[in-house]
Design a protein around this ligand. Structure first.
Ligand code: SF4
Length: 428
């Protein structure tokens, strides 16, 4: 099983190319000089990863051909069935959404505050329908390696904050490369996130070495390292990293300052913008449920993410960790998170929206429900079992006790039951 379907290049225009999957076209970025029309390629996150020999591509496409059609039909059917009648309050907003008109902050707030069960269900179903109309059944699956739980910061909500009494670990560059190679060859990942706390033990040189070695394995590499100088990110881009995961956490600066001592909101936002200018695919977003957060703050978070125009939206609930000052905070309700996914889909219809591990942690159906509320991306943790529990950013984290292969099998089964296929989601 492979987490992306090979596609065929049908058009090349400078650095952009069109790749076709059984009649569906997606735009991608191509950095290779030897790619021509008619070649088969793997693409992920809108990036061409590598050329695939024709024989290998045709063999894989033989498997996918019938499956792809069946999955597509299933996804389409699931996205149109079972709509009840919305309340009068909801009708004009839904009309705007269906007519692809921009929804206002006031309207998003009204949707977020909807208490009516039937209306809530319609909101989620409408978001899923829009996802299906825009992305069809394409959904991407990325792997993530958490390579160090050291962090120089002390964010109040984080279980691996500097003062948290957790057992620390750091993987050596060669250990990270080994795990990455295994993710690429044993588990067939095409896109991998390398994540750590803000751990300066990993110098530019060490990180560049890891990235250069893993890029040779035909992987689209994301880094999630926190604040580093722009120049460091430029060097990592030159080494082959193409994506960055960096949330701004909250658009409310007062909350930001109270939760993230010695870090700065403006610096973070500016870095996100700089990373986009360097050429990175950026995944960003926020945390839901921080103390003193209002519904208006949540809508502002969605709108700031939209304004930043990332390639991927990533947001999760605060899950209180015993080792943090927020250990007694009330947990965020799953229903709120699902509504936020749906609202994000309304605010930015062509967004790629990730179901985060934190959402999965809320309950065992949350991953499926997130995908059915407008999300179209998933992350699988490929950090070795022996150390995964030590990346303790919050309590009872989903995937912590799962065998990697078992987790992959369950995820693929879930995607297939919903009619999702791992073809590239393309550029926005
Ligand atoms: S949230 Fe990130 S920066 Fe803050 S303490 Fe945790 S790992 Fe460090």
């Amino acid at each position: 099983m492979c987490y992306t379907i090979p596609g065929k290049i049908t058009k090349i225009n400078g650095k952009k190319a069109i790749v076709e999957y059984f009649g569906e076209e997606r735009e991608i970025l191509n950095e290779f000089s030897d790619i021509k029309e008619g070649d088969f390629v793997y693409a992920q996150g809108g990036y061409l990863i590598n050329k695939v020999p024709e024989e290998e591509a045709l063999e894989s496409l033989k498997f996918w051909k019938e499956n792809f059609k069946t999955l597509k039909e299933l996804d389409k059917n699931l996205a149109v069935t079972g709509f009840a009648k919305p309340s009068d309050k909801l009708i004009p907003i839904l009309k705007k959404i269906q007519n692809k008109k921009e929804v206002s902050k006031k309207e998003l707030l009204a949707l977020l505050e909807t208490k009516d069960k039937q209306d809530q269900e319609i909101i989620l179903k409408t978001a899923n329908q829009i996802r299906q109309q825009i992305h069809s059944n394409a959904s991407c699956v990325h792997g993530i390696i958490e390579f160090s739980n050291y962090c120089r910061n002390n964010c109040y909500y984080c279980g691996i904050r500097k003062d948290a009494p957790v057992e620390r670990y750091r993987l050596s560059p060669d250990e990270i490369i080994e795990i990455g190679k295994k993710a690429a060859h044993k588990y067939n990942f095409k896109a991998l996130v390398l994540q750590s706390g803000e751990d300066l033990w990993y110098t530019e040189e060490k990180l560049s070495y890891i990235i250069q070695e893993l890029r040779k394995e035909n992987l689209l590499l994301f880094v999630s390292l926190g604040i580093r100088p722009k120049e460091t990110y430029q060097k990592l881009f030159a080494a082959g990293a193409r994506g960055v995961l960096m949330r701004f956490e909250t658009a409310n600066q007062k909350i930001f300052d109270s939760m993230r001592p010695q870090t700065d909101f403006e610096t973070r936002i500016q870095l996100i913008k700089d990373l986009q200018k360097i050429g990175y695919i950026v995944a960003t977003g926020f945390l839901v449920g921080l103390p003193n957060e209002t519904n208006e703050d949540i809508v502002d978070n969605i709108l700031l993410t939209k304004e930043l125009q990332p390639e991927m939206f990533s947001f999760g609930p605060l899950i209180p960790s015993q080792d943090t000052p927020l250990k007694d905070e009330p947990p965020v309700k799953k229903e709120t998170m699902l509504k936020i996914i749906a609202l994000t889909r309304f605010a930015e219809p062509d967004a790629n929206i990730l179901v985060t591990t934190a959402l999965e942690t809320l309950d065992e159906d949350a991953k499926k429900e997130g995908l059915m509320a407008g999300a179209n991306s998933l992350m699988i943790n490929v950090t070795p079992d022996a150390i995964r529990n030590k990346y303790h950013i919050y309590d009872n984290r989903a995937q912590n006790d799962k065998d990697i292969q078992k987790n992959i099998d369950q995820t693929i089964k879930l995607m297939q039951s919903l009619g999702r296929a791992p073809s590239d989601i393309g550029l926005k």
